[in-house]
Design a protein around this ligand. Structure first.
Ligand SMILES: NC(=O)c1ccc[n+]([C@@H]2O[C@H](COP(=O)([O-])OP(=O)(O)OC[C@H]3O[C@@H](n4cnc5c(N)ncnc54)[C@H](OP(=O)(O)O)[C@@H]3O)[C@@H](O)[C@H]2O)c1
Length: 297
């Protein structure tokens, strides 16, 4: 199921703690840096010092997978990552995404041309001060907010060419349909897929299982509900019973859902970061998983 990979497991439960992302083995509990930019992921952070503290705590807690993009801010999030963490630990995998730019008022504008994609890779390299990007997700923008059909041949050809030039180590896809994943895999190696998925938003259930069989990481964005935090009486009640918080249970459910799921919960708060990382230790019984499954069905 996972190729030749040696997967680390928890001592107590046998639940897998790491999964491969390209040629790296990363911890399944990572960090999403989008929330570090200002309101609407636009402009400077509300609290610059706290943003740097969050990033340093991420590394201090042993997280080795950070998700970002140069269109967060724009440029702001990558510059914060650089300020807080450069030079980077050898162990750290930074994943970025391209194919979008921001308008003057923060609009999310598709940027799919050869020039725009190439520029985006160079912007990420410059602002992160890297010579090669670990993983670049091609973020599909046929519909800005949802996966929508459309050929990815042209933009993926551009990204694969940048990979051949040595600027990109691994390629991933984001906001994609199953058809686009198949098209992508017919063109080049796909290291990961990043789509909207959480306890209450389960459109990708079948896709996750297919990717698991292929040994490809699935990285859900909005694992906590994103701009509309998850709310469910079942979630609250289960959390109370376990002595945890609803957000911890939501993250633990994802970790239990499939071994190829890597988490990148976002926060601009050190306290929330620590709370989220602790969810990695939370064990959910089969009965509790079944109870939580009911939220999304
Ligand atoms: N590929 C894509 O199209 C795409 C789209 C969106 C996001 N992403 C990536 O996915 C990552 C995760 O998504 P996300 O950050 O948007 O959403 P998320 O992780 O689902 O939720 C983040 C929100 O939850 C709050 N939060 C975090 N931990 C909390 C806790 N323990 N208790 C209460 N509230 C908590 C945060 O506020 P506080 O800051 O106050 O903690 C923030 O408002 C992003 O950071 C980004 O890297 C990718």
């Amino acid at each position: 199921m996972h190729g030749n990979l040696t997967l680390a497991k928890t001592q107590t439960s046998g639940r897998i703690k790491e999964f491969k992302l390209g040629d790296r083995l990363v911890k399944r509990m990572g960090y999403g840096a989008m929330q570090l930019a200002g309101p609407g992921v636009f402009g400077p952070p509300k609290n610059h010092a706290e943003a740097l503290a969050v990033l340093r705590e991420v590394i201090g807690q042993g997280v080795n997978h950070i998700d970002t993009s140069d269109f967060y801010g724009p440029h702001i999030t990558n510059k914060l990552i650089h300020e807080a963490l450069h030079p980077y630990h050898d162990d750290l995998t930074i994943v970025t995404k391209i194919s979008c730019k921001r308008g003057a008022k923060g609009e999310w504008i598709p940027a799919f041309s050869t020039e725009e994609l190439t520029q985006a890779v160079h912007d990420n390299l410059r602002n992160l001060e890297l010579e090669v990007l670990d993983v670049v997700n091609l973020r599909c923008m046929f519909d800005v907010h949802h996966p929508a059909e459309g050929s990815i041949e042209a933009p993926l050809t551009v990204l694969a060419e940048l990979q051949r030039k040595g600027l990109v180590r691994h390629i991933g896809l984001s906001n994609v349909t199953q058809t686009q994943i198949e098209q992508g895999r017919s063109m080049c190696e796909i290291a990961c897929v990043q789509n909207y998925y959480n306890l209450a938003h389960r459109d990708d259930d079948a896709m996750i299982d297919k990717l698991a069989l292929a040994g490809i990481a699935y990285v859900p964005f909005f694992p906590l509900g994103g701009f509309t935090p998850l709310q469910s009486s079942i979630l609250t009640e289960v959390a109370q019973r376990l002595g945890s918080t609803p957000m911890q249970v939501a993250l633990a459910w994802l970790l239990h859902r499939s071994p190829n799921i890597l988490l990148i919960p976002g926060t601009a708060s050190v306290n929330h970061l620590l709370e989220n990382l602790a969810a990695g230790e939370l064990e959910l019984s089969a009965a509790i998983m079944a109870e939580l499954d009911a939220i999304g069905t």
